[in-house]
Design a protein around this ligand. Sequence first.
Ligand code: TPP
Ligand code: MG
Length: 941
Amino acid sequence: MRRQDVDGLNAGYASLLLEQYLVNPAAVPAEWRRLFESGETELVESLPGLARLLEAVEHEPEGNGGAVVEAAPPPPPAAAPDEELLGGVAAAMALVRAYRMVGHLAAALDPLGSEPPGDPALEPMAMIPKLTPELQARIPAAVLRMYVPAETLADALPLLQETYSGTLAYEIEHISDHEKRVWLRQAIESGRYRTPLAPDERRALLVRLSQVEGMEAYLRKSFLGQKQFSLEGLDAVIPMLDEAIELAAEDGAHEVVVGMAHRGRLNVLAHTVGRPYETILREFEGERSFEAVAADPEGGTGDVKYHLGARAQRATKAGEIAVTLAANPSHLEAADPVVEGTARAVQTDRAGGAGLHDPSVALPVLIHGDASFAGQGVVAETLNLGALAAYSTGGTLHLIANNQVGFTTDPAQGRSTRYSSDLAKGFDIPIVHVNADDPEAAVSAIRLAMAFRRRFHHDVVVDLVGYRRFGHNEQDEAAYTQPLMVEAISGHETVRALYAERLVADGVVAALEVEELEAEVTAALRSAHDALRATFGADPAEHEERLPASSAGTPATAVAVEALRTLNTELLAVPDGFTIHPKLARQLERRLDALDEGGIDWGQAEALAFGSLLREGIPIRLTGQDSERGTFSHRHVVLHDPHTGAVHVPMQHLDGAAAAFEIANSPLSEFACLGFEYGYSVAAPEALVLWEAQFGDFVNSAQPVIDQFVVSGLSKWRQSSRLTLLLPHGYEGNGPEHSSARLERFLQLAAQENIRICNPTTAAQHFHLLRRQALEATARPLVVMTPKGLLRLKGASSTLSDLADGAFAPLLDDPVSDHASVRRLVLCSGKVYYDIVGSERYPAAEGIAIARLEQLYPFPVEAAAELTSRYSSLVEVVWVQEEPQNMGPWRAIRHRLEEAKPDGVPLRFVGRPWRASPSEGYPTAHLREQDRIVREALAPV
Ligand SMILES: Cc1ncc(C[n+]2csc(CCOP(=O)(O)OP(=O)(O)O)c2C)c(N)n1
Ligand SMILES: [Mg+2]
């Protein structure tokens, strides 16, 4: 029976049938019986009479102390039904719904025993009519669309209570997708994932909890006051991860990528990743003595032990699986998008086309703090990536390690919502809350979460509610700020002890065994520690953190003319029947002529660089805001048929291309999107991964990713990347925010050849630079100041032979023939060059040469010295920039220019004066400044 069949029915008839059914199911026609018994269809609700009854009950006001209001009287039925029973069914349905909606408010989630707030909607006696025990016993469970195994509401109620308001609780009803909601209700109410653990599993769980607690206790005792960010109170995190890894392996995953902050990280390193106790103990010893780390002035800085990443193979029932713990900075949650990008890279086969994404290959797991999850904006940005085609990782398992405090800040000061997890509701994510003192429930929460991921490839949150047994770290006194919590905890047994008591009571283990277990764990730690101590005094060379040298050779980046011709044609080809927008078609057709006539512009040079790399087997991934078309409408690598809306990406159909081309418009985020690409680039070292800012200015919304990962990852974690940032930069009168990609900041962060920073001024330079970045043996991030106006400027375009010959030049000399006549050497970088040479004063300017610095870091020391030495009659060297003196390259490269210029020749600055804001807001003021700069550069010498 379908909904439309029901809708038109007489309310009284339907109600009568329902009443008959309640008395004797066999008495009603089979299709009606099926309808009443249908668990999933929700058709029962659409019975007109019943719907009105339901409405009356559901509109019972909440939060008024459970006061009962008069319900609207039900419509008179055709025959006199059993009003009480009928009303009881409606009330029972409302009660079931209330359990699903707000059962969590009555759940026993806090191990410290705080009283849950409850909700009047969960009170049977507050229903209309009152659901007395007698009435409950008359209401058949079958009509209530539940999945708890019960005959009547009376049987079902305790099960509902246990299911929705026990040590586990759920928030699923906010999910907009009906199929997911119904699946979750079934999974939760049937108890499918709550199957009791077998005795040997329970024993194994106790062993695990003993190891967790044992390690924390051993470290605390042995290294008094050293920070370990103890996990105690949330010990169940480790068995939960065990379960997730087992299930991921069972689903065919090769890798689990875990991201987390400080809390419990040492325990995860030891027990989840399997880092030997010796290694962890060595780091504690290293902190205590000066012995372990040999200072190396050329080396990396390394990082504190609770930030270090690790990777290891781990055995599961389904075979071996790699477990990676991502390195992370102090910045809470900053690693979230990085982990997602890493997982995505692992999940993607980059052999060709658009790449083949298989989410079953890797499971991303993010462990969040309760304060961080609610407070850090990057969490929202990361969740927003979850279901996007270009970013999805097939569902992330989010685990909130909820100790109900953030450093010294209570939840009441830390968030505006009830739960730490509330943000996730806006992303259609199911939320499972679980009391951390019930490790079996915690494990079953993971089972449900993983089953949901497997079924829907969607994120899921498990909120593990526990406590923090000690201070924020081992140097903190929690009683100063959380005195009552500390008192409650001091009288509260540990997770392990409580579980051990439970197993002893159930006869699974003997009390003596529990003690033996504890002793075994401590003995294992002590023997690892003894073994480590025995190695002290040995050669410390293995601890040196020397950075890998950057490469000596420069790869060939020129591409043969014929190959470029073929590529160019292929890049303009579309399938039969596909139409390109006529205006765009004209633009693209110009690319055909450009090979012979010159005028290869930025977009074309970039496309040829990408295409040639794909042919050479280098996969490419490019994302950014509106990057498919290009913010300045210059790229157009994704074509849209104006008649059909069909999409075609010629780059993904190149003949003989042996690598994937992934391109996507990103969501409007910088922090998460750049973090994601950084993670991707680390895990895909063979690929050219590019992230483009809409305007370079917006890159500062991702500043933590730049500071904490891109520029310092190598030094801290020996983590290399060839991530390429395309940042539109240049003063074109668009005001303070659309002018500057804050080049000065990248230059300040550049040291030890950690990154490359370039500002190319021709299409061919861009071509060679991209190819060099992809082909260079040594991976380093590249920051490119990309143009806006130059994208189509004739003077900045190139010829076929520019691409077929040569290489990226870090410095471009003036093509003057008579160097000896030059008295002023103007050095500049980027677009201002064209302002100078395009000026009407330029042709008349005598004795002036204009050279361009195309690579700002590493500074081309030798090339610069060689260039200046060509000019024998210099009276001055002038550095010209459009940026204010406190911005742009000047302050970072001044010393290099001093070194490069001939002795005795003065160096002078021309540019905007010191400014608090990058540029003028008024177009005329901008033009005046540009003109002044050009005039000064070209002033008679
Ligand atoms: C972005 C950022 N801001 C501030 C801090 C300083 N800080 C370190 S831990 C912490 C509290 C974190 O609380 P929570 O997320 O609940 O994790 P817990 O320490 O309780 O496990 C703060 C504020 C930080 N590390 N990162
Ligand atoms: Mg916390």
